[in-house]
Design a protein around this ligand. Structure first.
Ligand SMILES: [Zn+2]
Length: 310
């Protein structure tokens, strides 16, 4: 999906934009012209975000790029909502309806990548953007700016709000903004994701709970006196074992995944500390909470079994 079709999707998300469409309406033309005129600026911003590849809640420079882009285009920008320094809200216009766009800009750990279709890290183990996440913020900002131009041209009243939501990849900045009531007066919120096709989707996504489990044991020399130690890594492994056995007995729509974020550094040291990062998902919030309680029980059982603490 290129930036032009992305914008068309965002601004006119009810319209079918596939290749069979013949001609554009006058309104669509305003958007296309806007993108043609400003394409270079939007490409520059999204590529800069790609290269910065900042992790969730640390998107210090990426958020400023988007805030400045929106400021330069007549939006009022306020940042730092809900105790998140990299969050922002950019607003234009007044009164109803209030239309929101979600802008996201965080990277994932370990996905550093050149602009290439092959796996070519810029820097080994450094963060990088996955599945087009460097485009999210710029695409949404561009859609909001194009919509603003159209509203001015057609003398249409209403408010456009771009929500800069940190940590889409893990941390859920937008959840804190919603909890803080910052979306309460919005009539509709649009977001998008790069894909191999252009269409509008009203699909729901999965509810999610994530947590890091830290196991504490007792360190010892693994050859000289292992009997004196209690391995925190054993705790993590036992927990994962139990969760993996649980998989057979969860609903097919459930998703449970984990990464060992601290698995100790040296095999000849009984590790005193280890950590595993879990994500639990299901279409229903209630079921996610039930599943997460079962995952917690696995952690507690592992800690008892391995004489660790969590
Ligand atoms: Zn994605």
């Amino acid at each position: 999906m290129n930036i032009k079709t992305t914008l068309l999707f965002l601004v006119f998300s009810g319209i079918n934009l596939n290749a069979q469409n013949t001609g554009l309406s006058a309104t669509e033309k305003v958007v296309v012209q806007h993108i043609d005129k400003n394409k270079a600026q939007y490409e520059k911003t999204s590529l800069a975000i790609w290269e910065l590849a900042e992790l969730g809640f640390q998107e210090d420079k990426s958020t400023l790029l988007l805030q400045n882009l929106l400021k330069e285009n007549g939006f009022n920008v306020v940042s730092g909502q809900e105790g998140m320094p990299t969050a922002f809200i950019a607003e234009f216009g007044e009164g109803k309806p209030i239309i929101g766009f979600l802008a996201e800009y965080d990277a994932l750990p370990g996905l550093s990548q050149k602009v290439s279709a092959n796996m070519e890290p810029l820097e080994e183990r450094a963060p990088g953007h996955a599945c087009g996440h460097h485009l999210f913020g710029t695409g949404s900002a561009a859609a909001a700016i194009a919509l603003k131009d159209w509203m001015i041209k057609e003398k249409i009243k209403g408010t456009i709000r771009v929500y800069g939501t940190p940590a889409e990849e893990g941390g859920g900045g937008k959840v804190f903004m919603a909890r803080g009531g910052l979306l309460d007066d919005v009539d509709a919120v649009l977001t998008w994701h790069p894909a191999s096709r252009n269409d509008a989707s009203a699909e729901s996504s999965l509810a999610i709970v994530s947590a890091k489990f830290t196991f504490k044991g007792v360190s010892a020399h693994a050859a000289m006196a292992p009997w004196r130690g209690r391995s925190a890594l054993d705790g993590v492994e036992a927990m994962n074992d139990m969760v993996n056995m649980m998989r057979e007995h969860v609903e097919p729509d459930a998703r449970i995944h984990y990464a060992i974020t601290n698995g100790s550094m040296a095999p000849n040291v009984v590790p005193a500390k280890a950590e595993v990062y879990y994500i639990v998902r299901h279409p229903e919030v209630k079921e996610v909470i039930r599943l997460f309680e079962r995952v917690k029980k696995c952690a507690q059982g592992a800690a008892i079994m391995r004489l660790c603490q969590i």
